[in-house]
Ligand binder design. Structure first.
Ligand code: HEC
Length: 114
């Protein structure tokens, strides 16, 4: 009798947990990505100061929605190169994580909302 109760409780818990994480995932996909909430901080964290004139950078500015969306194809190409390849970005730093690269790809694919 006790065993049955434990089993039912565990089954219920497992179901609840997997249901919750599944619904979280789909919720994340449904929300449109935007420059302000998803992209800006990634670019700031990885491409400053070089691409931020306000921080002393003298490379092509990537400090606004307009400049990042204008250069998105070149950005995606460069961050997916090997760090030893010519043109790789971020210059002389480690490659961005797969999940970070995915965010930028998804942003482009979902229409580059501001
Ligand atoms: C340490 C400084 C530095 C950092 C950090 C850096 N870059 Fe660069 N970036 C450069 C230099 C130097 C060039 C010019 C050389 C070249 O074109 O390869 C450049 C050029 C570029 C260009 C071409 C611009 C043009 O003139 O058309 C793009 C796009 C670019 N970087 C994207 C990025 C992105 C995206 C990041 C962050 C993930 C980043 N860079 C981080 C130094 C940097």
């Amino acid at each position: 009798m006790k065993k049955t109760i434990v089993f039912v409780a565990l089954a219920g818990l497992t179901f609840t947990l997997s249901y919750c994480s599944a619904s979280k995932k789909s919720a994340k996909k449904a929300v449109a990505m935007s420059y302000e909430t998803n992209v800006k901080e990634i670019i700031e964290a990885n491409c400053a100061p070089c691409h931020f004139p306000s921080k002393g950078g003298n490379k092509e500015p990537l400090d606004s929605y307009a400049s990042v969306s204008k250069h998105i194809d070149d950005i995606l190409r460069r961050i997916q190169l090997n760090p030893s390849d010519r043109g790789f970005m971020p210059n002389r730093r480690a490659k961005l994580s797969e999940s970070t690269i995915e965010v930028l790809k998804d942003w482009k694919a979902s229409g580059m909302h501001e």
